[in-house]
Each structure stands twice: as C-alpha cells, then as structure tokens.
Design a protein around this ligand. Structure first.
Ligand code: DGP
Length: 120
C-alpha cells in the first residue's frame, strides 16, 4: 500500500536489515531495538491489525509461525526464550499500521505488562 513504511521495506524501497523471508513474510531488525534481539515479523500482504486476518490467510499464518522459529534459531534465542508482541490499535500502542509481530529476546524481557495499568 502506498505510504506504508513496512510495504516500502518489503518492496526494498527503504533499506532494512532483513534476517529471514519467504513468499509470505519478511523479518527485519527493528530500527530502535528494545532488546539484543528485536526483530519485526511482517506479512507481505498489507493488513492493518491482527483482526484483519481471514480464513484464506492460513498460509500467511503458517509462515509467521515458521518465521518465529527460524528467527529465534538464527539469533540463538530458541532455548533461552523470547517474547512475541503484536500491538493492535490505539490502546495496543500500535504505531505502524501494517500488522507485525515483535520478537524480543537475548535478555530477560521482564514482566508482561506494567502493574500500574489499571485493572478491570
Ligand atoms: P508498533 O508500536 O508495534 O507499531 O511498533 C512499530 C515498530 O516499528 C517500532 O518498534 C519501530 C519500528 N520501525 C518504525 N519505522 C521503522 C523503519 O523504518 N525501519 C525499521 N527497521 N523499523 C521501524
């Protein structure tokens, strides 16, 4: 989609450090990493949030799962562990409106969310 920064990265119009790719998914290093391993796993198809996946997107979901394992293996965090994060919409803190998964590892990533967030 024109104007989408991740579509431009996928098309090679903006440089990035690609770590893994297949016909459905591209994985590249986050521009401002929050951990020694911080890789974004992004479907080539322009979808905005996780809710936009549909039944026909099974092959993309499979590629996302394979990408997670392969990126974790390449960065040596398969055994030590890692966290996957998908931010969706305003309350989810999504900044780039092309669905993507953050893979974070290489150190203890800490608590899942801050306790200061009001519950309920
Ligand atoms: P999110 O908040 O989930 O939408 O995170 C978007 C991430 O995208 C954020 O961690 C920074 C990263 N990012 C934004 N622009 C670029 C870029 O041009 N190149 C790369 N490699 N990462 C980017």
């Amino acid at each position: 989609m024109s104007g989408c920064i991740f579509c431009k990265i996928i098309a090679g119009e903006i440089p990035s450090k690609i770590v893994w790719q297949d016909e459905n998914v591209v994985a590249f290093r986050d521009i401002s990493p929050l951990a020694p391993t911080h890789v974004l796993i992004v479907p080539r198809k322009h979808l905005v949030t996780f809710s936009d996946f549909s039944a026909g997107d099974g092959p993309i979901m499979t590629s996302l799962a394979v990408a997670v394992r392969e990126v974790a293996k390449l960065d040596g965090v398969l055994e030590s562990g890692y966290r996957l994060i998908v931010n969706n919409g305003p309350d989810g803190g999504q900044e780039v409106m092309h669905v993507h998964m953050h893979l974070l590892g290489g150190r203890n990533i800490g608590p899942m969310i801050k306790r200061s967030v009001p519950e309920g």
